[in-house]
Design a protein around this ligand. Structure first.
Ligand code: PLP
Length: 501
């Protein structure tokens, strides 16, 4: 059952590997260019020239002028900068922002935060493929509206929006238009000026660049304000000494975008091959990504009746990486807001997995993934025990045969007491604990919400632990379903395990 014949990375919308050329560039800069670009002597000037060269590379790649690009620490920061600055600038004269309901959390959470400060946010509905309704958006515009924000391409289902149509409306009604272009860059053509955008955000690590660097595009003449104050870097719009090696890596990654775009059709063909293979396994499998106007690499798939966390844990034990939607959301209990916005029920959303391919994904990889999915679906019973919180009672918890392995993160342990008698281990370095875990006992993996424990359960099974289970919906679920039991059997005799190095 636990063959692990190859590693297949299908989570390229979460992040991408750093390309060889980007690595070379970054190492060169790390070795040679330590100068602070704000200083005036030669080593500093060398750093400044790398900074400006990278800015030009990013600008050229997105269809902007170099003076319209501001480097940030991430696209999350870029989105926060645009939204917060504009809200402060326009409020209280104008109060309203119109947004799509399927924005990334870095936009959604910022909007929710701004609401507490008096900003009115109107989420316009999308259809069941996530496409915005341009007319509905236009109908929502009033004298109070100062901004429309709509991502160019969605990270979970891959829907590509008609930004040009939105920009025509924004121009006509004299409203600013912002677009989170993080997922679009490198997968479809992005040209901020031709699209008529006033603001856009970008992230290097989605295009084979480094993590920890992003950019704001701000059209010449549009208002923009810093959210990080201090030095005069980035024309006073983003204080803090520039991360030259990251910025250089971003610039290099942007230079590779054009070549990568030429491979988009090939990636799309592999995606279609995957989609057809899934339908062959079971015609009841539902594809949530639209057929057209969609990112070539993104396939969101609902497996009716199958828990996504269990299937993902099984695939992980086979060397296959995929995710349940936004990487930022995989620790959260609530089902994806994107899937809910396109009409999925909570249950269907919890049965949905996002596969995001890259130019490195071949048909052989997809064959292996399809075979693994088929193996999982064909299995009569799960090789790891799924313990529902409703099935946990005093007898279960008192059983001498039970070994509770608590793999929660430290911040979760602070917010919720562990089960009495449980053994704490780190999720990330679980291999170090394996020699000391009892093979003769029933091992129950426990996490906060039920997402991480299945991965550990499968890992134990593949390491010859015969009797393994996990607590579905985690400790939070148990506390909710049976608060008295949780109160009585938590917080005592907890043992902290030490991993072997
Ligand atoms: N916007 C979208 C659409 C994304 O997919 C992501 C990352 O997943 C972000 C913004 C945030 O990017 P960063 O990781 O650079 O903060």
């Amino acid at each position: 059952m636990f063959r692990f014949r190859r590693s297949v990375y299908l989570d390229n919308n979460a992040t991408t590997p750093v390309s060889r050329e980007v690595q070379k560039m970054m190492i060169r800069v790390l070795k040679n260019n330590y100068g602070n670009p704000s200083s005036l002597y030669r080593v500093a000037r060398d750093s400044a020239s790398i900074l400006e060269e990278s800015r030009e590379n990013v600008a050229e790649c997105i269809g902007a002028g170099a003076h319209e690009v501001i480097f940030t620490g991430s696209a999350t920061e870029a989105n926060n900068t645009i939204l917060t600055g504009l809200a402060d600038h326009f409020y209280p004269g104008k109060k309203k922002i119109i947004a799509s309901p399927i924005e990334h959390d870095s936009v959604m959470m910022t909007l929710e935060h701004l609401k507490k400060r008096g900003i009115e946010v109107l989420y316009c509905p999308v259809d069941n493929h996530g496409r915005i309704d341009i007319r509905a958006i236009e109908a929502c515009i009033d004298d109070n509206t100062f901004l429309i924000t709509c991502m160019m391409a969605n990270n979970e289902i891959g829907t590509v929006q008609d930004i040009n149509a939105l920009s025509r409306i924004a121009r006509r009604r004299d409203i600013l238009l912002m677009s989170d272009c993080v997922q679009a860059l490198g997968k479809i053509r992005v040209h901020v000026r031709e699209s008529g955008l006033d603001y856009a955000s970008f992230s290097a690590h989605k295009i084979n660049g480094p993590k920890g660097v992003g950019a704001v595009y701000v059209r010449e003449g549009c208002p923009i304000f810093p959210i990080i104050h201090g030095g005069h870097q980035e024309s006073g719009l983003r204080a803090g000494t520039e991360s030259i090696h990251n910025i250089a890596g971003f610039g290099k990654a942007c230079q590779e975008v054009r070549n990568n775009l030429e491979l988009a059709d090939d990636i799309g063909k592999v995606k279609n091959y995957f989609a057809m293979g899934l339908k062959r396994i079971n015609p009841g499998i539902l594809l949530q990504s639209p057929d057209s106007d969609s990112l070539p690499n993104t396939l969101s798939v609902t497996f009716p009746g199958v828990s996504n966390s269990l299937l993902m844990a099984f695939l992980d034990s086979h060397g296959i990486a995929c995710s349940a939607g936004s990487a930022c959301n995989t620790q959260a209990d609530s089902p994806s807001h994107v899937l809910k916005a396109i009409g999925l029920t909570d249950d269907s959303a919890r049965q949905t997995i996002r596969f995001s391919l890259s130019k490195k994904t071949g048909k052989k990889d997809i064959d292996y993934v399809l075979e693994s999915i088929k193996d999982f679906l064909d299995m009569g019973s799960s090789p790891v025990n799924i313990v529902l919180p409703g099935h946990v009672d005093e007898n279960f918890l008192r059983n001498e045969d039970l070994f509770i392995l608590d793999v929660r993160f430290w911040h979760d342990r602070k917010s919720l007491r562990g089960l009495s008698g449980s053994h704490e281990a780190s999720f990330f370095s679980i291999k170090g604990y394996l020699p000391d875990l009892p093979k003769d006992k029933y091992v129950l993996a426990v996490c906060q919400m039920g997402y991480n424990a299945p991965i550990i359960a499968y890992l134990l099974r593949s390491n010859h632990f015969k009797r393994v289970g996990f607590l579905a919906t985690g400790l939070l679920g148990l506390k909710m379903v049976n608060p008295e039991l949780y109160e009585k059997y938590s917080g005592r005799d907890i043992i902290k395990l030490t991993p072997r190095s």
